[in-house]
Design a protein around this ligand. Structure first.
Ligand code: GDP
Ligand code: MG
Length: 162
């Protein structure tokens, strides 16, 4: 079948917003409340005539303890079926302990990882995006899932690893 791209990251970093941006429609549920995406949901996506499956992840309870472990578990489960990973980090919050835990899981997976610095709504956040080099996953791709900024370059980077 077509290649599978898993979208992983902490609650509220903008995974579902990015999925909608890539799909060009509102399919994934976006909420201000963390944890609204209950399960892994697969969508058919296309960019430059190439088809791939995009898997949105979530399923955390807003007040659950051990968030880092839960996010890592969810990311690890998504990796089982993935050919590549979009790892989303929120530049407004910056990289947290949970982000670093996920980064380690992803690094160990050996899968191609595309690091997304989301919520770069304007130039002021470019430096915060660059700080994500520190996660050790290569180049951070600055994106505003909300406004669309950077999403074309991001999709080119996705296709390049599929
Ligand atoms: P998820 O839990 O990772 O799926 O995150 P959501 O996609 O549900 O988004 C969580 C919140 O972040 C919502 O209020 C979104 O509107 C907001 N958000 C997502 N992407 C961006 C962005 O690029 N810029 C800004 N400013 N907010 C964003
Ligand atoms: Mg979501």
């Amino acid at each position: 079948g077509q290649p599978v791209v898993a979208v992983v990251g902490r609650p509220n970093v903008g995974k579902s917003t990015l999925v909608n941006r890539i799909l060009g429609r509102r399919a994934a549920v976006v909420e201000d409340v963390p944890g609204v995406t209950r399960d892994r949901i697969a969508y058919d996506a296309v960019w430059n005539g190439r088809r791939f499956t995009l898997v949105d992840t979530g399923g955390w309870e807003p007040d659950a303890s051990g968030l880092a472990a839960q996010v890592s578990e969810q990311a690890a489960a998504a990796l089982d079926t993935a050919d590549a990973v979009l790892f989303i980090v929120d530049v407004v919050t910056g990289a947290t302990d949970a982000d670093e835990a996920v980064a380690r899981v992803l690094h160990r997976s050996g899968l191609p990882v595309i690091l997304v610095a989301n919520k770069v709504d304007d130039n002021r956040f470019e430096a915060d995006a660059a700080a994500l080099w520190g996660l050790g996953l290569g180049e951070p791709h600055p994106v505003s899932a909300l406004h669309g900024r950077g999403s074309g370059d991001l999709l080119d980077a996705v296709l390049a690893v599929l």
